[in-house]
Design a binder for this molecule. Structure first.
Ligand SMILES: C[S@@+](CC[C@H](N)C(=O)[O-])C[C@H]1O[C@@H](n2cnc3c(N)ncnc32)[C@H](O)[C@@H]1O
Length: 374
């Protein structure tokens, strides 16, 4: 039984390290088929080699492996159904034969994908062109539902060359709904920096729409440490939140003109909130990751912030080795201090060598997060 994960090129070893750590804790061991900069990782679990797969058996296996949400360095998580080599240009007929050979479930939609790598990008045009006729044919033959829905499995065809692909399935509630596992975002014209996309993606990833509107709303206050020129502040004021923007640099004038930004030219490590506490603390300072995580911990533990989103800058390699103890320390310290917490971390598409972390410790905010989950 093989699992297929997508990640940023160059992060395969980090994903493997975190996957093996999580699987090892459950007594599961396998081996990886991967190459550096390939932007994906295939992982074989020999204990689970039962074929043909039923959707039920796949779901049972899926429950034993870490969820996509738990894997910091994974963008997508799939189960491999078959490897297909095409011996003619008529790829659709070959795929239809596979449907006859394996008792596959009916899918909600089909994603024709490729690695997010330099080589993979060469296949983007081909994959795009192949998608519509394939989707139409699969629908015609009763392999796809008439309307895509997020409550059904998706079929994924993962091409590394136009002549062969991995056929895989994604499981409901444990997958990215985005093509290639990448949330594409349009750069807002009024935002002063591309960094704005990091916080926007984090909000989309960590929350559904209902959670986001409940947790970021008018009347809230935030502190943005290392705010300049204001990309993250922009995201918060778009949500009508008053922002204490802290940086020695300058904040873009159009943001100051909204009247929602209070600017403080101070050191983010020494700054204290203006009114004893804020709903949201956000931080994008380029600093040692442990220094930033300890600062976040201090704000949360002392009640200066109810929740936070921050980025941790990563070293050039062995990122999992650096990140894992930081996240464990945060989780342990906050679980000792609070009855319940929400903590999530992800290497986002718009992050370069950094990850984004969400933590909520406030009881009301956690209730709101849970109530609006579905
Ligand atoms: C990556 S930029 C932040 C970009 C910002 N999030 C945006 O979206 O526009 C990092 C910022 O952190 C600020 N910074 C670094 N160390 C700081 C410190 N100790 N106190 C305050 N700001 C700091 C830098 O001046 C810089 O403006």
């Amino acid at each position: 039984m093989d699992l297929l994960f997508y990640c940023r090129g160059g992060y395969e070893a980090d994903l493997l390290a975190e996957l093996e750590q999580a699987l090892g804790q459950k007594g599961l061991f396998g081996y990886a088929k991967m190459s550096k900069n390939s932007a994906f990782l295939r992982y074989c679990l020999p204990q689970h080699n039962a074929q043909p797969y039923s959707l039920e058996s796949l779901k049972a296996i899926n429950e034993q492996v870490p969820t996509l949400e738990k894997l910091v360095f994974a963008r997508q998580k799939l189960h491999v159904l078959a490897d297909i080599e095409f011996d003619s240009e008529d790829r659709i007929s070959t795929l239809l034969k596979m449907f006859d050979a394996h008792a596959l479930p009916m899918f909600s939609d089909v994603f024709v994908e490729y690695p997010d790598s330099e080589e993979g990008k060469q296949l983007a045009k081909f994959c795009k062109k192949f998608t519509v006729p394939l989707r139409n044919k699969l629908r015609q033959q009763g392999h796809l539902h008439k309307k895509p829905s997020n409550n059904q499995p998706f079929l994924h065809l993962f091409f590394q060359q136009s002549g062969k692909c991995i056929v895989a399935i994604s499981i409901v509630n444990d997958r990215s709904l985005h093509h290639l596992g990448i949330q594409r975002l349009k750069m807002p014209s009024a935002a002063p920096s591309r960094s704005t996309l990091k916080l926007e993606e984090a909000i989309h990833l960590f929350f559904n729409e209902r959670q986001a509107s409940a947790l970021f709303s008018q009347g809230m206050r935030a502190a943005d440490l290392g705010a300049c020129p204001g990309g993250w502040t922009y995201q918060l004021i778009q949500r009508k939140i008053v922002v204490e923007a802290v940086d020695h640099g300058e904040i873009a004038e159009n943001l100051m003109a909204t009247g929602l930004v209070e600017y403080y030219s101070q050191d983010g490590f020494l700054y204290k909130p203006q009114h004893s506490n804020v709903d949201w603390l956000v931080c994008d300072m380029i600093e040692q990751p442990t220094r930033v995580s300890e600062l976040m911990l201090q704000w949360l533990e002392t009640g200066k912030a109810n929740a936070c989103i921050f980025n941790l800058k990563l070293p050039m390699n062995k990122r999992h080795k650096v990140v894992a103890p930081i996240l464990s320390r945060l989780e342990k310290a906050l679980n000792d201090r609070f009855s319940e917490i929400v903590i999530k971390a992800k290497h986002l598409y718009h992050n370069r060598d950094e990850i984004s972390v969400l933590i909520i410790v406030n009881t009301q905010m956690i209730s709101s997060y849970k109530e609006n989950k579905r």
